[in-house]
Design a protein around this ligand. Sequence first.
Ligand SMILES: O=c1ccn([C@H]2C[C@H](O)[C@@H](COP(=O)(O)OP(=O)(O)OP(=O)(O)O)O2)c(=O)[nH]1
Ligand SMILES: [Mg+2]
Length: 163
Amino acid sequence: MKKKYINLILNTIIENILQVKIINKSSNPLPFYQTEGSAGMDLYANIETPIELDSLERQLISTGIFIELPLGFEAQIRPRSGLAFKHGISIVNSPGTIDADYRGEIKILLVNLSKDKFVIQTGERIAQMVVAKHERVNWQEVQNIEQLSQTDRGSGGYGSTGK
Ligand SMILES: O=c1ccn([C@H]2C[C@H](O)[C@@H](COP(=O)(O)OP(=O)(O)OP(=O)(O)O)O2)c(=O)[nH]1
Ligand SMILES: [Mg+2]
């Protein structure tokens, strides 16, 4: 077995890392953390033939991955900076949200923001997925704006603090 996978297994045991169910219907490897400190795992395109993205075109790309996150967790689908920098490839709905109760295939809504056509090959790493905890809230409705606590910022935004 590769050292990388042995380390992954050891980390799981030692650090009690969250276990997340996954189905991989592609022939790509399971997503994994590329370095010890990576926040995201790269996701691979799982497509039968190469997909051409014209300038400013967007397309939903399959990954072949299905997951079950525990309640209280989400997965964020974010662009890869290398693809963005070199080819202008981003994600329309970035960061995409994978809900804990979603059981469908994870898909990635890529957009080509460059002037040139970009071709996506199967097995290409097209995005990264960050699993994160999130809160859920109940509303405590009040009637007047004065019932929200006062702050120095108040309603200032959009550059109110200067450059
Ligand atoms: O980049 C993404 C974003 C979402 N999804 C899946 C998982 C998510 O749980 C579901 C719904 O996403 P979202 O809530 O962002 O979309 P919506 O337009 O609000 O659709 P819905 O009405 O189904 O919630 O679609 C993806 O596979 N990829
Ligand atoms: Mg929704």
